[in-house]
Ligand binder design. Structure first.
Ligand code: IPD
Ligand code: CA
Ligand code: CA
Length: 266
């Protein structure tokens, strides 16, 4: 598959940062058994990956703005383009030696995401999408799953942890969904959850709250794989409302309805 110049830039940056993360992941696995644990090491790995991405992307496209998890917003002279980057999505997995983590890079043009790359260096899986050009994993075309009923579906989600999200609301949603589906998974990296929906591995996904850098690239992948993505109200204000619901047409619609049901005593 021939990649556009833009996707090439994004893939090269992701691969370079991915090599750095993969080296550090090897070290983290050694540090697991030490008393202090690898926490400081991991935040360094995160910052190092972000530095590589910032340097590579700025060099290839001078003047583009950035929204990065660690750095925050960086203004650029070009007011049409913005990179949205999570240098290490799935930090808790990385810290615990679980190989589900990824680099997520999206490019916004005039407020619309036009390209996305998600790279998991531990599994060497590279997910790419360009608006109107389809979605791919390692050059194989992606398509969302064809399962139409929640009762056949495996659904991903994120479980809010200490200091994050509304635990009571999540438990209501979880109870609603678990009563209707074949299985629920908590993979621990929202970018990969979305990539897995695009790949048809998960039939659907919902999570609240999430940040733009968790969802920008993955949402494009899903759309380009024929799927549907919205905020929890069915609108397109995912960055503002910080919520995501995704799936094929039927599962997306069914999930939107199910998470909102009032809690029934059962
Ligand atoms: C987190 C992961 C996780 C999701 C959290 C995110 P991080 O990102 O995507 O799956 O449940 O809400 O914050 O902190 O590992 O970059
Ligand atoms: Ca993240
Ligand atoms: Ca992160």
């Amino acid at each position: 598959m021939a990649r556009s110049a833009l996707l090439n830039v994004m893939v090269q940056a992701a691969m370079k940062a991915g090599r750095s993360l993969a080296r550090d992941f090897g070290e983290v696995q050694n540090l697991q058994v030490s008393l202090k644990g690898p926490a400081d090491y991991v935040s360094q790995a995160d910052r190092k990956a972000e530095e590589i991405l910032f340097t590579e992307l700025s060099r290839a496209r001078p003047g583009y703005a950035f929204l990065m998890e660690e750095r925050g917003a960086v203004a650029g002279e070009d007011d049409q383009h913005r990179w949205i980057v999570d240098p290490l999505d799935g930090t808790t997995n990385f810290l615990h030696g679980l190989p589900f983590f990824a680099i997520s890079i999206a490019l916004e043009r005039q407020g619309q995401v036009v390209a996305g790359v998600i790279y998991n260096p531990a599994m060497d899986e590279l997910f790419t999408a360009e608006r109107g050009g389809g979605a791919f994993v390692n050059d194989r075309r992606l398509r969302v799953s064809g399962r139409a009923k929640l009762s056949d579906a495996v659904i991903g989600t994120g479980v809010p942890h200490l200091g994050l999200g509304h635990h009571g609301n999540f438990l209501v949603e979880l109870r609603n969904v678990m009563g209707e589906v074949a299985g629920i998974r908590r993979i621990g990296a929202a970018s990969l959850d979305l990539a897995y929906v695009a790949a048809g591995r998960l039939d659907g996904f919902w999570e609240d709250p999430l940040q733009p850098w968790d969802i920008a690239a993955g949402s494009l992948l899903i759309r380009e794989a024929g799927g549907y993505v919205s905020d929890r109200d069915g609108g397109q204000a995912m960055f503002e409302n910080k919520s995501v619901v995704a799936g094929n047409e039927q599962i997306h619609r069914a999930l939107l309805r199910t998470i909102k049901k009032p809690l029934s005593p059962r």
